[in-house]
Design a protein around this ligand. Sequence first.
Ligand code: NAG
Ligand code: NAG
Ligand code: NAG
Length: 321
Amino acid sequence: MHMRLQFRSPVKLVLLICFCWWPIVESQISNPLPKPARALDATLQDYAYRAFINPRTGIPFNGIVPPYLTGIEISAMRLRSGSLYRRGVKTFKEFLIPVGLREQPYVERLVLVYQNLGNWSTTYYSLPGYVYLAPILGLLAYNGSDLSASNLPELDFWASEEVITINFGRIRPIPVGLVAKCAWFDLHGQVNLTNLLSGNVCSTTEQGHFSIVAESAVPPVPVPPASPEPAPSEPAHSSRKNNEPRIWGIIGAVTGGTALLVLLALLILWAWRYKKRNRMRELERAADAGEALRMTRIGSMRAPFALATRTMPDFESEFGA
Ligand SMILES: *[C@@H]1O[C@H](CO)[C@@H](O)[C@H](O)[C@H]1NC(C)=O
Ligand SMILES: *[C@@H]1O[C@H](CO)[C@@H](O)[C@H](O)[C@H]1NC(C)=O
Ligand SMILES: *[C@@H]1O[C@H](CO)[C@@H](O)[C@H](O)[C@H]1NC(C)=O
């Protein structure tokens, strides 16, 4: 009886591991990555609004970020929609907002939130295959009616007459042989690369996050030689963001698949050994039956010898296999 238990439990364990593993693999494939950049936008909106102690229209107020985000600069400017449309904003940090700015949905007062991600740029906006020549700068608009509000949705805004310009000031030198491009990340993480207006000036007609990048010498995504996955040959400016969850999904699936194969092999091995031992037990039982037969024939005097030979195969199976 104790033999049966001993062989059954590893099988149960394997099945348990299989069933526990599967949902993990599934969730890695189907769940998109969390959106840290969007969470950061929400945090920075909150902290930028806190800068309005004595809010005056059309004046930038620099905010203070929480200590764990040290290195990021924020600023907020409250404006009346009408005057923003008619007059624009001469300068708001690196941004120059021309006349004709419209927003959707319409609000009477709006707040422009400026972000300079500084040394956090590549953490939140990674662009493999490109080097940043300037920090990521963000310009987002929110409803400015309630200055204690948090978790506000962004307002869509766009320049209807002239483009918004971004003068990045001093940028890192462009590496030899490379071309500098303006990078624009929209709120969905989609990135578009366009030409610079001049040495360090980019333009946009919409909100989002901006920087200047240069294509680096190393290939965008290093591909291991034995990888069955085809090399990503798509251009860098198409939805790069969507690649990351897919790669992790593939890695998860491969790891999970390998583990499953190993477990399956173990299961087969166990089944084989279980069958082998069962056969041994059968032989043992047959031997027992033969001996019992002999014992009854020979009589109670021979019993100690018979017992000794009967227990032998048990030792063998315990240590032999
Ligand atoms: C950025 O720099 C600040 C200090 O100025 C540091 O506390 C922070 O950890 C840095 N962030 C990153 C992502 O390196
Ligand atoms: C802007 O905020 C005010 C106050 O919270 C609210 O009454 C108004 O509906 C909001 N406007 C939009 C377009 O969400
Ligand atoms: C962004 O790039 C895509 C193609 O990469 C293009 O179809 C789209 O028009 C671009 N958007 C803007 C606003 O330039």
